[in-house]
Design a binder for this molecule. Structure first.
Ligand code: GTP
Ligand code: MG
Length: 200
């Protein structure tokens, strides 16, 4: 589906740096280290387009990627948001990002869906619920993507999925379908790619 080239466009630290809202856009939110950058790399088939690392809080800007699509189809922006729930971040830094995140979520008319990434080993944490509530109040439809499925035994998957579904029931902006992924092994990547490509 994503036959064209995928490119890093820019990293922004304020609303006035955002690219024009001239195409549909989806964003990836999630706790630090949940695997946002790795997922973008898996989706685009590029090993290191988005910088993935072991250091939590590595992605400090809102990063825009252009998703090259075959000619005659609508292009999309993929947006890698800074991770939240980073325990060692100084409070002013956290507050600055919360402000930017709120502005972003309510200020992009072309933002069609937020993917909230949840580590399949850990399930939904209180900070994830805070983001979900923010998405509710910004009226941005969000869909949960479970990451690192390769780290969870087959037999443990159902209970994690149930935990996530239980949490989603409280959120009016939640899209009910979950996607279980592994950027490492490729599970769920095609499903997520097709989901993004078919958004209108
Ligand atoms: P921040 O930018 O700090 O918010 O982190 P991030 O959410 O972008 O996480 P990132 O993609 O940098 O991945 C964090 C760590 O998890 C890296 O060591 C990745 O290699 C690892 N990781 C990401 N996805 C997977 C996966 O599907 N399976 C496994 N086993 N490891 C993964
Ligand atoms: Mg990152």
């Amino acid at each position: 589906l994503f036959a064209g080239p995928c490119d890093f466009l820019k990293g922004v630290v304020a609303m006035d740096g955002m690219p024009p809202a001239d195409r549909l856009e989806v964003c990836f939110a999630g706790r630090s280290n949940v695997g946002k950058s790795s997922l973008i790399n898996a989706l685009t088939g590029r090993k290191s387009l988005a910088r993935a690392s072991n250091t939590p809080g590595r992605t400090q800007e809102i990063n825009f990627f252009e998703l090259g699509l075959p000619e005659n189809s609508t292009e999309r922006y993929l947006v890698d948001l800074p991770g939240y729930g980073y325990a060692n971040a100084p409070i002013p830094v956290v507050e600055k990002w919360q402000r930017l995140l709120k502005q972003y979520l309510s200020g992009r008319p072309n933002l069609r869906r937020a993917f909230v990434l949840i580590d399949a080993r850990h399930g939904v944490k209180p900070v994830d619920e805070e983001i979900m509530s923010l998405l509710d109040s910004s009226a941005v439809t969000f869909q949960c993507v479970l990451t690192k499925a390769d780290k969870v035994k087959e037999k443990d998957r159902a209970s994690i999925l149930d935990q996530v579904r239980g949490k989603l029931a409280k959120h009016p902006a939640a899209y009910p379908e979950l996607i279980l992924t592994s950027s490492e092994k490729g599970d769920g990547i095609e499903t997520l790619r097709a989901t993004i490509a078919t958004l209108t």
